[in-house]
Write a protein that binds this ligand. Structure first.
Ligand SMILES: [Zn+2]
Length: 323
């Protein structure tokens, strides 16, 4: 019996694939009808095979749907691009018909490129849709500003350009670095990259404004105001990103830092500007125009430090319990 079991078990895959000879088939069937163990093994095998087949079919269907969706969105994108071409062509003709050559046509072209970057690009881009959309959107927006600046004879291009880039960077860079391409390059330096890029864009913006306004004290004032703020943003980043992994302790440290920053920021900026600095006065029972500044600072210091200590204490207790 044992000997026969082994042979039948060897034959089972052939039987299931329907490639066993007639004689083997009969032997397997006869054996299965009288051997409980082999019969159980057989139904198990049959189930596994079915499951694999269902899985294969499922991924197949999903892949096919994906392909269809891709093709359709590419088609819609092409149609949209065609629709965008209509106003572009009309404006080209009208602007040329004026006889002064192409002038405001470039403004129309650049504006429509901005619109197309947000509608056509995400539909047509084969991969990395987010990066393509963000890249073309930023580029076309900068182009639009440049064209408008040239057309109006202004000198504000760098102020507007760097401000727009700083805004876009602040909002979209955190998402961009999470895209597959950038994520594989940056690995664990995503936060650091965003912070560095935002800081550089901010400095560029400030430099552009300074050179544009030609205000003699601009750089001194902007440095005095910017440095404490940038330092605060970086301190928060370092606390959240690099100091341990206990969320409560981090929250406590951040809360404390916020309270302390609100209390001292004004004085720090004043100190950097060379003004006389005094410690804010606290008059919790007297609220008017003269006391509100000091009161708010003191309250934020007290509440921030108190809540910070509470968070850190709970975090420490939690960590000891976990150990
Ligand atoms: Zn058997």
């Amino acid at each position: 019996m044992k000997y026969q079991c082994e042979i039948v078990r060897d034959l089972m895959p052939l039987y299931l694939d329907d490639i066993a000879s007639e004689q083997s088939r009969q032997m397997v069937e006869a054996h299965l009808s009288e051997c409980k163990e082999c019969s159980a093994l057989f139904s198990q095998m049959k189930n596994d095979e079915l499951e694999i087949k269902v899985k294969e079919e499922k991924t197949d269907v999903i892949a096919r749907q994906k392909k269809i969706f891709k093709r359709k969105s590419a088609l819609v994108g092409s149609v949209l691009a065609g629709i965008f071409m209509i106003p572009i062509l009309i404006c080209l003709i009208v602007n040329l018909a004026n006889g002064d050559g192409l002038t405001w046509f470039f403004i129309v072209l650049a504006s429509l490129l901005v619109a197309a970057s947000l509608t056509v690009v995400p539909l047509v881009a084969p991969a990395n849709k987010l990066l393509w959309t963000l890249g073309t959107f930023s580029a076309s927006l900068i182009l639009l500003l440049g064209v408008c600046c040239i057309y109006t004879g202004g000198k504000w291009f760098f102020v507007a350009g760097t401000s727009v880039l700083f805004g876009i960077g602040m909002v979209f860079l955190p998402f961009a670095v999470r895209s597959r391409v950038l994520s594989s390059v940056l690995k664990r330096q995503k936060g650091l990259t965003v912070m560095t890029a935002d800081t550089v864009l901010y400095v560029l913006m400030m430099l552009s404004i300074g050179f544009y306004t030609k205000e003699p004290d601009f750089f001194k004032a902007s440095a005095a105001i910017s440095l404490p703020l940038i330092a605060f943003a970086w301190a928060m980043f370092v606390l959240i990103r690099y100091v341990g992994n206990n969320g409560l302790i981090k929250a406590g440290l951040c809360t404390m830092l916020c309270g302390v920053f609100v209390f001292f920021a004004d004085s720090l900026i004043g100190l950097l500007l060379g003004l006389s600095v005094h410690i804010p006065t606290f008059s919790p029972f007297l609220w008017n125009f003269a006391t509100i500044d000091g009161n708010v600072k003191w309250l934020s210091l007290i509440v921030g430090v108190f809540l910070g200590i509470v968070f850190i204490t709970i975090g420490l207790i939690y960590r000891r319990k976990q150990k």
